[in-house]
Design a protein around this ligand. Structure first.
Ligand code: ASP
Length: 333
């Protein structure tokens, strides 16, 4: 009897250990671009660091409490959407007409369910609108006025357009437009950009992955231009068989490369690990095409990859095994 009992205790202990052995955590980005030590005062570095840390804490708290990966993605992105220092929701960059048009998407790795909105102008949290499309509509992607209306009908918080526009985004637009005028260029080039889009890849205690991305797009974009961020497979992708990915950078290249899905495909069909797949897509495929940007990715075991080919990328991660960091510049681990 005693022997049976101790066997039972050992089996139970083993079960508990297996249940607890699932690593969980999240990795996030706050955009890639000309982010350098020389170009960013200590004060500004602190501002970004604080924003990233707040978002990381919110996402990690959800996971630590046993919440699912998509809820962690939403919790972290909501914080950055409210933070006017990042290019999503409040603080979004402006299009050529000086207006805000926001894109967001979310995807679950467990069932490949996904939702996205493009060109919304009134929703306080576009990531929540994307989630509503995923969970409460028969669709994957909605755009413009229809998406705004749907978000409102779903009870999401609506803001006046002035809420999203900041002095900083107005000054950036003016700077870009003045420079283009000086150069006599009519094209929407994006000189000296700091993208500032936000995105998260998360892994929960159940071993499920999710990814999400939210952005105002690119300064001086044409009216109704849609970037990669709301396009499943381009800016966001998640599959429990491979990884969760959120991208940031010059969206036109990410769309043409179907970049986020390609990271997953390299893992699925070529057996690459997440680091090799993500690095290949950024440093080879994207760079060879002349595109700029980066991504954050996480696999089911909690391996993280954060490649970028720009001078810097705001990024941060926290994992249940103790790994954690907030980073901005090149050559930081
Ligand atoms: N990828 C976004 C877009 O092209 C911009 C960014 O990541 O900052 O809209």
């Amino acid at each position: 009897m005693k022997k049976h009992l101790s066997l039972l205790t050992i089996s139970l202990l083993c079960l508990i250990t297996v249940a607890n052995s699932q690593t969980y955590g999240l990795v996030l980005h706050g955009g890639a671009g000309t982010i350098t030590k020389a170009g960013l005062s200590k004060e500004r570095q602190n501002v970004y660091e604080t924003g990233l840390q707040k978002a990381l804490d919110a996402g990690y708290f959800v996971l630590d409490e046993g919440g699912n990966a998509e809820d962690a993605v939403i919790a972290a992105i909501r914080i950055l959407e409210d933070d006017s220092n990042f290019n999503s929701a409040r603080g979004s960059v402006l299009n050529a007409n000086g207006a805000v048009e926001m894109d967001a998407s979310i995807m679950k790795g467990v069932d490949l369910n996904a939702g996205a909105v493009a060109g919304v102008t009134t929703v306080r949290h576009p990531i929540e609108a994307a989630t509503k499309v995923m969970l409460s509509s028969p669709h994957v992607m909605m755009s413009n006025a229809g998406a705004d209306l749907f978000a409102k009908e779903q009870g999401l918080e609506i803001m006046p357009t002035s809420y999203f526009i900041t002095k900083g985004s107005q000054a950036t637009l003016k700077g870009v437009q003045d420079r283009l005028k000086e150069q006599g260029s009519v094209e929407s080039e994006y000189p000296d950009w700091k993208f500032g889009t936000v995105g998260v890849a998360a892994l929960d205690k159940q071993g499920n992955l999710a990814a999400g991305t939210s952005t105002g797009g690119m300064t001086n974009k044409m009216h109704n231009r849609i970037g990669d961020s709301p396009i499943i497979g381009a800016g966001t992708y998640a599959n429990n068989k491979t990884c969760a990915v959120s991208c940031t950078g010059h969206g036109e290249y990410f769309i043409r490369l179907n970049l986020a899905h390609e990271v997953s495909a390299l893992m699925l069909y070529k057996g690459y690990d997440v680091e090799k797949a993500a690095s290949f897509m950024i440093h080879k495929s994207l760079s060879d095409m002349g595109g700029s940007g980066g991504l954050v990715a996480m696999d089911r075991k909690g391996h993280i990859s954060m490649p970028f080919n720009t001078p810097g990328m705001f990024r941060a991660y926290q994992m249940s095994d103790g790994r954690k960091s907030v980073l901005m510049f090149k050559d930081e681990e």
